[in-house]
Design a protein around this ligand. Structure first.
Ligand code: QAP
Ligand code: CO
Length: 168
């Protein structure tokens, strides 16, 4: 397994729309292991393939306190079950150091394939529902900063660009 490099806003590659996964095989499972290792290494609760520059529709999540409940969603499709919006102070491994309130539907169903390639369907609410929608946004080339004011987004962009210049 390996810890992968994470793309950071405003990297244009984060705007790529990911293509469906066609086969769930050992090579894909090895990549899923890398995604999980990367997420845990960064203390994240979710990570989409897009964030490590792999443009296929899969993501991993672990919202447990104990960090021992990895979840894998391949080709996830979300259906909103309750339009009521909940507000959450979201962050993102691709927007390190910044958190902003985002409103999203509170209850969803997800239909996806698991790491063995079997289809499953699950109802999610609370942080799981929020995180899943945040991660699926990545697969569609979207970021949580797209939901905040242009002024705040521009401030975050400038600060991260400066940090990237200093790092280079
Ligand atoms: C998405 O994000 C999420 O800025 C997952 O310095 C987050 O795991 C969905 C992280 C919150 C809903 C609510 C962020 C780690 C992790 C940072 C993450 C940082 C270190 C973000
Ligand atoms: Co994110």
């Amino acid at each position: 397994m390996a810890v992968l490099d994470i793309l950071e806003f405003p990297d244009p590659r984060l705007r790529t729309v990911a293509k469906p996964v066609t086969t769930v095989d050992d090579a894909l499972r090895a990549f899923i292991g890398d995604l999980l290792e990367t997420m845990y290494d960064c203390s994240g609760i979710g990570l989409a393939a897009t964030q490590v520059n792999v443009h296929r529709r899969l993501l991993v999540m672990d919202v447990s306190e104990t960090r021992d409940e990895p979840k894998v969603f391949i080709n996830p499709e979300v259906t909103v079950l309750d339009e009521t919006l909940g507000s959450y102070d979201e962050g993102c491994l691709s927007v390190p150091g910044f958190y902003e309130e985002v409103n999203r539907p509170q209850k969803v169903r997800v239909d996806a394939l698991g790491r063995d390639g079997e289809a499953f369907s699950e109802e999610l609410d609370g942080l799981s529902a929020i995180c899943l929608q945040h991660e699926i946004d990545h697969l569609d080339g979207k970021l949580f900063v797209d939901y905040i004011s242009p002024l705040k987004r521009q401030r975050i962009r400038r600060k991260l660009e400066k940090a990237h210049r200093l790092r280079a």
